[in-house]
Design a protein around this ligand. Structure first.
Ligand code: GDP
Ligand code: IMO
Ligand code: MG
Length: 440
């Protein structure tokens, strides 16, 4: 009997790096098509299979299964050089990347000048202070994400994947764009020769030819897949609190990383979603600048960083660490419509005498609220109100199921379910596929 097609989304409920790659890998077995809808090479999704560790940036994590199909949707910004590097890196390790990878012809292209603009703007902003708030830099990944999405919105200065397949059209656009960009980069203090439209056209038309077999209309492709009974798995990049509309603006990325981005970024309407799995790390981390109410700048924060190996998959930067913030998670679960939660890196909490969970914020005027504040300036004034939980010392990485967890660990998870109002359906207790406890 054919299984009923189902549509699932995996989305980060914090500031990224929740272990989305691992959970997507676990879920891929039960789906047919794995789809990225947002972000670009700012994402770094790690999948561990036996002694092999894969870091995926642009390609959906489902690529590791040879019989599954992977789609890079129109909402993604694609750096073709990075994508080809990633494809070749996987192929060199025996992973097939052929017709099983489909790329939207409407996905926007990250060009070299986007990366230069990203870095130059960050340098410029970090070199000038904005009064007592310090500087205005965001601590981006410098992958050209913001400038590429800005061009998408500007329209006349944008390049899409389909444009790389038409060298004449590409040349005519780059003629104008290069002139404009050279001036803009100069204004940001970049000392470089003027951008050369002919050279850039040749380079990017060649990249387009290399990717041509993969590029097509993914909106019809995905609807065709659904019609033929295939199930879709959407792989969110970045996370809800980094969403351009719903995150801690302006310390966010430039796409809708919440489930809001699925419809615009793939053409599949939100009503198709049956399961929305919010990925929640058992504590909190953040990379780059921006408010982080439960951040721990003390030894406990360092202990979490070392035990959780909290160093960026994309940039190698040490991640800021803190206690679990359920005000934030509850908000993200609400915005994303989470039907369940996967709690990841749970094993990292083993060995603490005591654990804390933030359930409310105290605001500058003394009031206490359980509502998140998706605005950096106002969130900075919030201090966490904690509930304290007993820790546990037993190793949890090799347990058969959630019921086998120590009582203190079960109490911690019960508190999450109670405060967020969404069931925890999976508990990840190690980076490997097999280290996942599913609720009975
Ligand atoms: P993503 O961006 O959300 O996919 O997350 P990252 O891959 O950037 O960061 C998560 C890190 O935690 C990776 O190194 C994973 O291999 C690792 N990881 C995922 N789940 C677990 C877990 O349950 N326990 C431990 N110890 N590590 C995990
Ligand atoms: P994954 O998918 C963690 C953060 C950056 C920076 C801000 C803006 O691996 O969870 P950008 O380069 O996007 O303009 O940077 O967003 N950021 C992430 N942090 N994980 C990510 O992705 C991130 N993607 C962007 O650190 O603070
Ligand atoms: Mg990551």
């Amino acid at each position: 009997m054919q299984h009923a097609p189902h549509t699932t989304a995996v989305v980060g409920l914090q500031w990224g790096d929740e272990g989305k790659g691992k959970i997507v890998d676990v879920l891929t077995a039960g789906h047919d098509v794995i789809v990225r809808y947002n972000g670009g090479a700012n994402a770094g999704h790690t999948v561990v299979v036996g002694d092999q560790r894969y870091a995926l940036h642009l390609i959906p994590s489902g690529i590791l299964y040879p019989d599954k199909s992977c789609v890079i949707g129109n909402g993604v910004v694609v750096d073709p050089e990075k994508l080809i590097q990633e494809m070749e890196g996987l192929e060199a390790r025996g992973i097939k990347v052929g017709t099983n990878l489909v790329i939207s012809d409407r996905a926007h292209v990250v060009m070299p000048y986007h990366k230069e603009q990203d870095a130059a703007l960050e340098e410029y902003l970090s070199g000038v202070t904005a009064g007592e708030r310090g500087n205005l830099s965001i601590g981006t990944t410098r992958r050209g994400i913001g400038p590429a999405y800005a061009d998408k919105v500007h329209r006349s200065t944008a390049i899409r994947m389909g444009d790389l397949l038409d060298a004449d059209y590409l040349a005519s656009r780059l003629q104008v764009i290069c002139r404009l960009r050279t001036e803009e980069l100069k204004a940001l203090g970049v000392q470089a020769p003027p951008l050369d439209p002919a050279a850039l056209t040749a380079r990017y038309a060649a990249l387009g030819e290399r990717l041509r077999p993969h590029v097509r209309d993914t909106v019809y492709h995905l609807h065709d897949c659904q019609r033929s009974g295939k199930s879709l798995l959407f792989e969110g990049a970045n996370a809800c609190l980094l969403d351009i509309d719903h995150g801690t603006y302006p310390y966010v990325t430039s796409s809708n990383c919440s489930t809001a981005g699925i419809h615009s970024g793939t053409g599949i309407p939100g009503r198709s979603l049956q399961r929305v799995i919010g990925i929640m790390k058992a504590y909190s981390t953040r990379v780059g600048a921006g408010p982080f109410p439960t951040e721990l700048l003390d030894q406990t924060g360092s202990t979490i960083r070392e035990r959780g190996r909290e160093y960026g998959t994309t940039t190698g930067r040490p991640r800021r660490c803190g206690w679990l913030d359920l005000v934030a998670v509850r908000y993200s679960a609400m915005v994303c419509g989470a039907t369940e939660i996967a709690c990841t890196l749970f094993d990292v909490l083993t060995g603490f005498d005591e654990l804390r969970i933030c359930t409310h914020y105290r605001l500058a005027d003394g009031t206490v609220t359980d509502r998140f504040i998706p605005d950096a300036k106002r969130l900075e004034g919030a201090t966490p109100v904690y509930s304290t939980f007993k820790g546990w010392t037993e190793q949890v990485s090799d347990l058969p199921d959630r019921a086998a967890l120590p009582q203190a660990a079960r109490d911690y998870l019960d508190a999450v379910e109670q405060h967020v109002g969404v069931p925890v359906s999976m508990v990840s207790v190690g980076p490997e596929r097999t280290q996942t406890l599913v609720s009975a």
